[in-house]
Design a protein around this ligand. Sequence first.
Ligand code: UD1
Ligand code: CA
Length: 458
Amino acid sequence: MNNIAAIVLAAGKGTRMKSDMVKVMHPLGGLPMVSWPVMAAREAGASSIVLVTGHQSEKVRDLFAGRADLRFAAQDEQLGTGHAVACALPALLGFSGMAFILCGDVPLISTATLKAMAKQHRSRHAVITVLTADFAQPTGYGRIVKDGDGFIRRIVEEKDATDAERLITEINSGIYCVESDFLTVAIPNLKNDNAQKEYYLTDIIKEAAGLGLLCQAFPVADPAEIMGINDRVQLAEAGQLLRGRINRSLMLSGTTLIDPQTTYIDWGVRIGRDTVIHPNVHISGGTEIGRHCKVEPSVVIKGCRIGDGVTIKTGSVMEDAVVRDDVAIGPMAHLRPGTELKAHVKIGNFVETKKCVMGEGSKASHLTYLGDAAIGTNVNIGCGTITCNYDGVKKHRTVIEDDVFVGSDVQLVAPVTVGRNSLIAAGTTVTKDIPPDSLAIARTPQVNKEGWKLKKRD
Ligand code: UD1
Ligand code: CA
C-alpha cells in the first residue's frame, strides 16, 4: 500500500509573476508555494518525492535540504511537461508502483483529493488517472477526449484542438496518478510534433489507450483545488483560499476569530480553545498561543510561544518572544527576540523589550526600553526607564533583582546590577551597582530662584 512516489514539476520560471524570484518560491500561507503540493503528496502517502527544478533550482533545493524523502531532478531547458517527467525518471530508478504527478504552481490540491484519486486508481486497476474538472470557460486548458464508455482516449491542448474539441468543457488539471512502469515505457516515446513544439506529458494517454490500457478521469470535487498560479492576482486569490482553510480549522477546534476575512494566520500556527482573535491580526512563524487569550486588533505576532490567559492589546508587535500565563501586553508594545515574560507580567504602552527576561509579577507600564536585561520578580519599572545597553561598540547587561522599585525617568548605564529590594529615585542615572535594600538617587538638587521671572521682565 505504501509504495507511492510523487513527481512535482517546478522547473518553470513563471514569467507572468514579473518577479526576480522564481514562481514556486513565492510565499503562500507562510510557506513557499511549492511546499504545499509537496506536503499534500507526502500526506497522501508518497514516501519518495522527486522535485523537478530548473529556474533558480538552488533556491528551491535549499528549501528542502536534508529531507530524506525528497530527491531533485534538473531540467535545465523547459521543453515541456513530458520532458520534465523524463528528467525525473532516473531518480525513480528501481521504483515500481503508483506515482502522483503534481505541479509546483497548483498549491491548493488537498491530501483528501489525492487519496480519493489514488483509491479509485487502484480499485479500477487504471494505468493513468487524470484529475479533471468541468469548466464553463475551459480556455487555455487541455481538453479531455473520451470514448463512448467514458474512458479517456487522449488529451488535446487548446492550441492543437479542433473547433469541436474546444467545445469540450472537461479539462485536464495537470495532476495525475500513473503507474511508474508505464511511465518508464511511454515517456521515451514522446514526440514534440505539436503546435508548441513541446514534449507533452498528456500524450502518454494516447499511448496507453492505444495499447488498450485503462485511462480514467477523476473529477475534482472542489475546482478551487486545481487553480494554477500564474500571476500575482491568482497568488492573492490562492492565499485567501488557503487562509480560509487555516482559519476554518482553527475555528472548528475552538478559537474565536471575530472576522476571519481579515485574520492572517499562517500554516503551522497553533491556538488554544476559547482564545479570541480580533480583526487585522497577523500570526506567523509557528507561533503557539494558549487558551483563553485575547488578541486585540492590529497585532503582529511572529515565532512566539504564548501561554494561557494572555491579553495582547491593540497595535502590539512581538517576535521570537516567550510569554507565560496571565501576562498583559500593550497597547503598542514591541517585544523583540529574546524576550521572556514570566507569569503575571504587565507590559504597557510604548514599551520595547529585547533579550529581556522579566520575573513573575513585574511591571513596565509605560514608555520604556529594556534591552539585554535580567529582571527579577515583583519589580516595578517606572515610566520612561531606559537600559543604556549599548556603548557604541558593545552591548552590556543590566540586572535588576527581585522587589526593586525603579522610579520614573531612570537611565541604567550597563553593565550594572541593582540589588534586591532597592529603590531608585525618579530621574536617576545609574552608573554603578546598587547594593540590596538601598535608595539610589543621582540628580542635581533643585534650586528655586524666587522672583526670578519678575526680575527678568523688568
Ligand atoms: C498543462 C497540460 C494541460 C493542462 C494544464 C493545467 C501538458 C502538455 N498540458 O498545460 O493539459 O490543462 O497543464 O494547468 O502537460 N513544467 C516544467 N517543465 C516544463 C514545462 C512545464 O517543470 O518543461 C512545469 C511548470 O513549471 C508547471 C507545470 O509543469 O508547474 C505545468 O506546466 P504549464 O506550462 O503550466 O502547462 P500548460 O501548458 O499550462
Ligand atoms: Ca499552466
